[in-house]
Design a binder for this molecule. Structure first.
Ligand code: ATP
Length: 358
């Protein structure tokens, strides 16, 4: 899929902007604080109805204004054209797709598959399991048939079981059966997806030659020597005392290893960033291969932590993929001669004004 138009009104320092991006690569150049990340944020908001910025970043609506509006029209791989509009005021957010109000944020999620490479993407490898689980879920949500439905049923059953932990053993048992059945199915699908992910990842690592092969494995959310049913049984006393379910796929993680050792203990920050970027790109490749649809890729400051040679390799890799990408940069000289002119469009951002360069 690709975005054909983006209109922005009153998002942070961008008062008014309209863009017709390139189907392949869009490079957004500008100084610190110019509004480059805000432009990426507008696309993320249209696709997910929330921001990707993790730190406290104040209000989205431009200072002195009462509402922000965003609009995009995009085309799918099957040549269907859709429109999404988002309006945010202090009293709430309204999202419309093809002229109809969307009630839930989740209704939006499948419309524009979106991936983002943040400046500190290596934290996927370094931090707690939440980000790794999110990445795994992203891949499964877009590729594994019925995964969203399964994951939703599992989540609801987990809530019911946690509530039942305050009641009798019989009440808990009713939910145990369903949780074990759904949990085993999710775990099986996670392993299947991760195997494909591992193979695609290592094929891309091989193409770039930037790091040695790594392996991805699912770390199941309970003791490896036990079945899920046995783990639920063993933990039943402690779960009742604590009031929540302490094992299951909601506690699973990804093992990212090189020669059997976790890469977070051996890789430098730059190497971890390379690994994380290729992990994410391999997920977009799987999506393309399996569904024929490619996500939109947002790339915020790919330079940071990378030397010129490695930066060039990764940018080339992005160019060779089918995705439409939007990449910010402070320094246009580092990217200028790396990309073929017909695959690329440049925009300049200054004090929130976006202009087409070439
Ligand atoms: N609600 C708001 N109203 C007006 N301006 C805002 C608002 N929120 C943030 N800003 C300003 O918008 C600017 C845009 O920041 P943005 O993060 O998009 O810059 P950037 O070009 O990505 O910079 P960098 O290269 O430093 O990451 C910042 O100067 C910020 O202070």
């Amino acid at each position: 899929m690709h975005i054909e138009t983006i209109k922005i009104e009153n998002l942070r320092n961008i008062a008014n902007a309209e863009l017709s991006p390139h189907k392949k690569i869009n490079i957004i150049v500008g100084c610190n604080g110019a509004g480059k990340t805000t432009l990426l944020e507008s696309i993320y908001l249209l696709a997910r109805a929330r921001t990707f910025r993790q730190q406290k970043t104040g209000r989205l609506i431009r200072e002195g204004e009462e509402q922000l509006s965003l609009f995009t029209s995009f085309q799918t791989a099957t040549n269907n054209r859709h429109h999404i509009g988002l309006r945010k005021t202090v009293s709430g957010t309204v999202i419309r797709k093809d002229g109809k109000n969307l009630k839930k944020r989740s209704d939006l999620a499948k419309s524009i598959p979106l991936s983002i490479i943040t400046p500190n993407i290596q934290r996927i490898i370094e931090d707690d399991p939440n980000n790794r689980r999110r990445l795994l879920n992203w891949g499964m949500f877009h590729v594994e048939h019925e995964y969203a439905y399964l994951a939703n049923r599992y989540k609801k059953t987990l809530i019911q079981r946690n509530n039942a932990l305050r009641g009798s053993r019989e009440q808990i048992k009713v939910w145990d059966r369903q949780l074990i059945q759904l949990g085993n199915e999710i775990d099986r699908r996670m392993s299947r997806y991760t195997k494909i992910w591992n193979d695609t990842l290592n094929a891309l690592i091989d193409v770039t030659g930037l790091i040695k092969p790594i392996s991805l494995e699912v770390k199941q959310g309970w003791k490896e020597e036990l079945s899920f049913a046995e783990a639920i049984d063993r933990n039943s006393k402690i779960d009742k005392e604590r009031g929540f379910t302490s094992c299951g796929p909601h506690r699973s993680d990804l093992k990212i290893l090189q020669d059997g050792k976790p890469i977070k203990n051996i890789f430098s920050r730059g190497e971890a960033k390379i690994a994380a970027v290729i992990m994410l790109l391999s997920q977009t490749k799987i999506l393309e291969d399996r569904t024929g649809e490619s996500p939109v890729l947002l790339v915020d400051d790919l330079h940071s932590e990378l030397d010129n040679e490695r930066y060039a390799h990764l940018l080339k890799l992005i160019e060779e993929m089918k995705v439409q990408s939007f990449a910010t940069t402070l320094d246009s000289d580092r990217s200028k001669n790396l990309l073929s002119a017909d695959a690329c469009q440049w925009f300049h951002v200054e004090h929130g004004d976006i202009s087409f360069l070439y």
